[in-house]
Design a protein around this ligand. Structure first.
Ligand code: ACO
Length: 332
């Protein structure tokens, strides 16, 4: 019979760049105001990575902090999953993070699902642990979207920030604290939110032409993405709650992707989850893509508010389009 292992979430960590751009600073860059940004999004400032900083360094720092909380060393890690859409290298940055950490016994790979990357990564990690393949997984969500932001487009540049967050997921012989999930994609709406490669034709020899070019800055149809999030996120959370055999009343914390305060409020209201259970830190970081859920989780854990056994509902949503929810109880 296949041995099905339980899963425990035993540590969290985060790392953000030092440089901080507030809305007043943003208004010197594009025609906007603190009033517009704060009232439409809830964002007041964002952290921005310097040109020398890389996914490699911030992801490794977040990972190190999470391992420390779990009481583990990098050599204890079997698998590193790096959820990112802004890797330092298109071939992937996970191996670089592995080297930076000195986690030489682990295997490492990248996973790209934009702002849903962390939730998709949790679900992926859970499969490896459930089957007994790996005991200890370090899941890191890290993005430096400032590299791909059009700093002249006020509709998008005010939204994003850089950062990294991580959790440790471990096999647990006694308890199973990974309670349920649901993940979804709809590529027919892909054009709503893109960071797309734009090829130019380059003729090599005779009739053989290849595409060479660059990635274009982030494009977003904000209203479409807003409508999608407010409709689909409550649905996917309800599905995950159903799979976890939980009611909304049993939820202790709602840790959503930190895209927009109005989206958080609307989702919580639709689900009937009171505001004091909704974790929000986007005022200080903006939308850090795959990093936003683990940064928010790490802050609320380190503040001492989350108790061992608390039920946490996460949900990510974004480009793809992709969306998903994972539900777990905190701690060993
Ligand atoms: N400052 C001042 N005015 C602005 C700004 C700005 N930064 N941005 C837009 N405006 C103007 C527009 O030009 C428009 O003016 P007009 O009416 O004269 O044309 C007006 O404000 C209203 O613009 P809307 O786009 O309708 O503003 P809206 O209320 O929809 O808010 C926002 C825009 C905040 C982007 C919202 O649509 C949103 O949050 N969408 C969801 C984004 C999201 O969650 N993305 C998550 C995934 S990210 C990922 O996966 C990588």
């Amino acid at each position: 019979m296949l041995h099905q292992s339980g899963i425990a979430i035993t540590g969290s960590g985060s790392a953000v760049p030092a440089a901080c751009l507030d809305n007043e600073g943003m208004s010197r860059l594009v025609e906007t105001s603190d009033e517009w940004i704060a009232s439409r999004t809830g964002i007041r400032q964002r952290r921005l990575a310097s040109p020398e900083a890389g996914i490699r360094t911030i992801a490794a720092q977040a990972g190190r902090n999470a391992l420390e909380m779990a009481g583990l060393t990098p050599m204890d890690v079997d698998l590193i999953i790096l959820a990112s859409s802004s890797a330092d290298d298109l071939f992937g940055s996970a191996s670089q993070v592995q080297a930076e950490l000195g986690a030489s016994k682990s295997v490492a790979f990248d996973l790209t699902a934009a702002c849903s990357g962390f939730v998709f990564g949790m679900v992926t990690a859970a499969q490896f642990i459930r089957t007994g393949t790996y005991q200890t997984v370090l899941l890191i969500g890290a993005d430096i979207l400032s590299r791909w932001t059009d700093w002249t487009d006020r509709r998008t540049c005010v939204l994003f920030g850089d950062g990294a967050g991580a959790i440790v997921m471990q096999a647990s012989p006694t308890d199973d604290r990974f309670l349920g999930f649901e993940i979804r994609s709809d590529g027919s709406q892909n054009s709503c939110l893109t960071l797309a490669f734009q090829p130019q034709s380059k003729e090599l020899v005779d009739d053989i032409t290849v595409g060479q070019g660059n990635f274009q800055p982030i494009f977003m149809n904000g209203q479409e993405v807003y409508r999608f999030a407010v409709k689909k996120v409550p649905e996917v959370i309800e599905k995950a709650l159903f799979r976890a055999n939980l009611t909304v009343e049993q939820v202790d914390w709602l840790v959503l992707h930190q895209a927009n305060q109005r989206i958080l409020d609307a989702v919580a209201q639709r689900l009937g989850i009171p505001g004091e259970k909704v974790v929000s830190n986007m005022a200080r970081y903006g939308n850090t893509s795959a990093a936003s859920i683990p940064i928010a989780l790490d802050e609320v854990v380190r503040s001492g508010q989350v108790k061992v056994g608390d039920t946490i509902v996460t949900a990510g949503f974004g480009a793809g389009l992709t969306w998903g929810s994972a539900i777990f109880q905190w701690g060993k």
